[in-house]
Ligand binder design. Structure first.
Ligand code: TXA
Ligand code: MG
Length: 342
């Protein structure tokens, strides 16, 4: 058991954090997407601590975070297209899967021949990696299966006693995790959608596709393109249903479902709030970027309020809306229904 410190990222706290990373300890830190739970990516014992602290299945590999492209050379093979994408989108919410080199321990990549790499854009993350002098393996800093943390308070909820230090950099800007892009095949393929879209990738390297498993449940026995998609994720304790379709149809359907379900809660787009009258509603914001920023905090709030039944309005699956709906669909275990007009 640790006494978990939660500190603002002063110069002294960053030095302390970097020393801990060098000594094989874990530090949670903010990124522009979600908080990460960091350890030295090249130290198998430190990486094992990450899996234990999160209760993470050993077959779900980690992302190695760097603060300079030169740090990548020893870790992986960087193709010309990968370099173009780094130039265009790093630092930023894009993770690239590239062929791994031997220096990366098997535990970091769960035995896979590719390694996931990303350069985050948050100044605290960049400073921590830079001061540590090693690539930092960091999954989202939640207990496995819970919504990812977008504030230091969320990290504390899940990691109190399990890790020595959290750097508190305030709320994360984007709120959903980075795009995971597989660069090991013929066509760059989005395995997990994020703020960098397939269209943005195609704009730089000419082509890109989205894995078709992004918006559906894996079939029984089907191999997951990315191990993280196999695991239950983001789930609130109450059951969540997503309703999609035209605004009127969605509102009408949700009112009917809500009125038949005691103690329910609605997650709605700002302009629709008046339509729900006195029903319990959480405002998710006016667009998909707002809702992505708010989603994980909203799911945690539903847990705190012990809401047994949640009805969420769907969002258009374009731009960051695809990442938002991917996370919502998983949190709902793919319970997605169409709206109904009166
Ligand atoms: O925004 C983010 O990416 C955050 C922040 C902390 O950087 N990190 C994050 O890590 O979301 P994590 O571990 O929660 O998600 C990493 C995802 C998982 O779905 C994992 O299965 C996939 O990336 N992944 C990692 N390495 C992989 C590999 N070699 N092949 C396929 N998928 C991989
Ligand atoms: Mg995660």
């Amino acid at each position: 058991m640790y006494e978990t410190l939660c500190l603002p990222p002063s110069a002294a706290a960053l030095e302390d954090a970097a020393r801990r990373i060098q000594c094989g300890e874990l530090v949670a830190f903010p990124t522009e997407t979600v908080y990460g739970l960091g350890g030295n990516a090249l130290d198998a014992e430190a990486v094992l601590k990450i899996f234990i602290a999160k209760n993470r299945p050993a077959d779900n590999p980690l992302i190695a975070h760097v603060s300079a492209i030169s740090q990548l050379e020893p870790l992986c093979e960087v193709s010309d297209d990968a370099r173009r994408l780094m130039d265009a989108f790093w630092p930023g919410p894009l993770t690239l899967l590239l062929p791994k080199k031997d220096i990366v321990p098997a535990i970091t990549t769960s035995g896979l021949s590719s390694v996931a790499v990303r350069m985050p854009r948050h100044p605290v993350a960049l400073a921590l990696i830079d001061h540590s002098g090693v690539p930092i393996a960091a999954p989202s800093a939640n207990l496995s299966g819970r919504p990812s943390p977008t504030t230091a308070q969320h990290v504390l909820e899940d990691m109190q006693g399990r890790i020595p230090l959290i750097l508190d950099g305030g709320a994360c800007e984007i709120g959903v995790e980075s795009t995971v892009l597989d660069m090991t095949g013929d066509i760059p393929t989005v395995l997990r959608p994020g703020a960098i879209t397939a269209d943005m990738v195609a704009g730089v390297v000419g082509q890109a596709r989205v894995a078709d498993s992004v918006m559906r449940a894996l079939r029984e026995g089907e191999a997951a393109p990315s191990p993280g998609m196999r695991h239950k994720h983001y789930a609130p304790r109450g059951s969540l249903t997503i309703v999609r379709g035209s605004a009127d149809a969605v509102i009408h359907k949700i009112c009917a479902l809500y009125d038949a379900a005691p103690d329910a809660f609605i997650l709605a787009q700002s302009p629709h709030l008046p339509a729900y009258g006195a029903r319990r509603v959480l405002d998710m914001g006016k667009n998909a970027a707002d809702a992505a920023h708010n989603l994980f905090a909203a799911l945690r709030q539903m847990d705190e309020l012990r809401v047994p039944r949640i009805f969420a309005e769907g969002w258009l699956e374009d731009g960051v809306g695809l990442a938002l709906m991917n996370r919502m669909a998983r949190a709902a275990a793919f319970d997605i229904v169409e709206g109904e007009d009166e």
